[in-house]
Design a protein around this ligand. Structure first.
Ligand code: NAP
Ligand code: MG
Length: 492
């Protein structure tokens, strides 16, 4: 008698959490093989005649190629932005401007799934994050600033505001769409026009945003999106007809920009690097704190300017916290960014993976003890296991320099004064986190930590209504909230 063949489908279960693969479909996203420059409301071939590829860092496969804007292309974009400013945008009643910004917000929501997939494909971040954080927060920024456009007299009572003119905006690769929204929305709400350059490795969602801007029928030239490398960014910074530079990126490039605009009357906001301290007191709810630390350092592979990349744990709970952290790290899934179960996706580029690996070596050479989770990682693409270092000295480079990867440096402390001194002892001052049961301790810490944002019993929370920015080498100026409006106007 013939035995009946079993038709059970064999599923490959993930070893860490026994979850079957749950990949998002690539077919919901349309990526053209080539993108031109978005200038004056149209996609224009670059005068440079040059293009460069952008890859999926999880597979190393080419996704598309984008134009490389040279000086002449930057000139064209700035000219379009100036004409749109003079002839259309600054004259338009604010409530009309607001309608366009609302329209962009709604269109991002309508195409949210496509944006999330492309963000994960081009940059490597887990789809759960691009779907639940990047894309909705980007839409929220447009909604929020659309609301302010015709209410500037309430934002700045008894004062009159004037737009600055043409804003040059340069953004990094860690939150490509969200950074574009952070920059474009307040600029438009206050009556400025824009030339924006996304980062070399993640240009696609900005170009998709250009498609939306075109469909939204924004007057030509109000927003121009041009792709290219550092030289394109420098050409924007140095262009004489730019009135404001809004830059998010590394402290090194921030310093170059500061030097370049010294002696000009260009305004600037610089959102630069960070090395945030996450501080756990012995009275904190430890499981909740450990979750916060995990989110603080492993969110977006640690490619976060405000990542909690240093952890200070009060001595009496040090061992317990480190044990809990290791246990939690073991459950994390590193792999395909498009899988809905993935916790840590791909490192954004080969170059960034090399930087992270360099710091892993430096940390060990400095005498710190490295621990990595035992999870499997894909053989192709750029991946890094979640990593922590203990036995870290305050002077160690892994405790002082921004690594921009899933790497946490852990130290202990005994007293409040000691941890305040240690937390403040870096060149940066972007963010910090405090975990304690005592409200008085929270107030004491938040007033003494030199960081633009201090989270209490939570971490990495963002909202368009809340200003964000740094002290010291983390830059100056604020984005988000009312402060974000002030950065785009002259107040008279
Ligand atoms: P980056 O190398 O400074 O690049 C940022 C942007 O500047 C990119 O578009 C880049 O183009 C461009 N650029 C490079 N050289 C330039 C020059 N000489 N003049 C003008 N523009 C130039 O930084 P990244 O590595 O992309 O991003 C990571 C850094 O951003 C980290 O340090 C992180 O902390 C920081 N960040 C800060 C915040 C914040 O809000 N404070 C937020 C996110 C990220 P290419 O892409 O072609 O290099
Ligand atoms: Mg890419």
């Amino acid at each position: 008698m013939a035995t009946k063949k079993s038709n059970t489908i064999k599923l490959k279960f993930d070893s860490a959490r026994n979850l079957a693969p749950a990949p998002e479909s690539k077919s919901a996203a349309k990526i053209d093989p080539r993108y031109d420059l978005f200038i004056n409301g149209k996609f224009e071939k670059p005068l440079s005649k040059k293009y460069f590829g952008t890859i999926n860092p999880a597979t190393e496969e080419k996704l598309s190629e984008v134009a490389e804007a040279n000086q002449a292309d930057v000139n064209r974009a700035v000219k379009a932005a100036r004409a749109a400013y003079d002839n259309v945008w600054k004259k338009m009643p604010a409530k009309e401007r607001a309608k366009y910004i609302y329209r962009i917000a709604r269109m991002i929501q309508e195409r949210a799934r496509e944006f999330a997939i492309i963000e994960s494909l081009d940059g490597g971040k887990p789809i759960r994050e691009s779907r639940d954080f990047d894309v909705p927060t980007a839409a929220n920024h447009f909604f929020y600033y659309a609301g302010w456009a015709d209410k500037l007299e309430y934002a700045f009572p008894n004062r009159t505001t004037q737009p600055l003119g043409v804003a040059g905006q340069i953004i990094p690769w860690n939150f490509p769409l969200l950074m574009a929204a952070w920059k474009i929305a307040p600029a438009l709400a206050t009556g400025n026009t824009v030339v924006l350059k996304p980062a070399e490795t993640t240009p696609l969602t900005a170009l998709k945003l250009a498609e939306i801007i075109q469909e939204a029928d924004l007057p030509p030239g109000v927003v121009n999106i041009i792709t290219g490398a550092g030289a394109t960014g420098a050409a924007i910074v140095n262009h004489p007809d730019i009135n404001k530079i809004a830059f998010t990126g590394s402290t090194d490039v921030g310093k170059i920009i500061q030097r370049a605009i010294a002696g000009t009357n260009k305004k600037a906001t610089l959102e630069l690097g960070g090395k945030a301290a996450n501080i756990i007191f012995d009275d904190a709810p430890l499981d909740q704190a450990v979750e916060g630390v995990i989110n603080g350092i492993f969110f977006n592979q640690g490619h976060v300017c405000c990542a909690g990349s240093r952890l200070y744990v009060q001595e009496s709970v040090f061992k317990e916290v480190v044990r809990k952290l290791k246990d939690r790290m073991e459950t994390m899934i590193v792999g395909d960014p498009l899988d809905k179960n993935t916790d840590i996706g791909a490192i954004n580029s080969r170059q960034q993976l090399e930087t992270i690996n360099k710091y892993l070596k430096i940390g060990q050479q400095e005498g710190a003890e490295m621990y990595q989770s035992s999870c499997s990682i894909p053989r192709k693409g750029f991946f890094c296991r979640p990593t922590i270092f203990t036995n870290v000295a305050q002077s160690n480079r892994i405790a002082q320099e921004e690594i921009f990867g899933p790497v946490l440096a852990i130290q202990s402390f005994r007293t409040d004064d000691e941890v305040i001194e240690k937390a403040n002892n870096t060149p940066f001052g972007l963010s910090a986190g405090v975990w304690t049961d005592k409200g008085s301790k929270i107030f004491n810490m938040t007033t003494k930590l030199r960081a633009g944002v201090v989270w209490a019993n939570t971490f990495n929370k963002f909202d368009p209504t809340s200003p964000f920015g740094g002290y010291k080498e983390s830059g100056y100026g604020r984005e988000g909230g009312l402060h974000g409006l002030a950065a785009y106007v002259n107040i008279v």
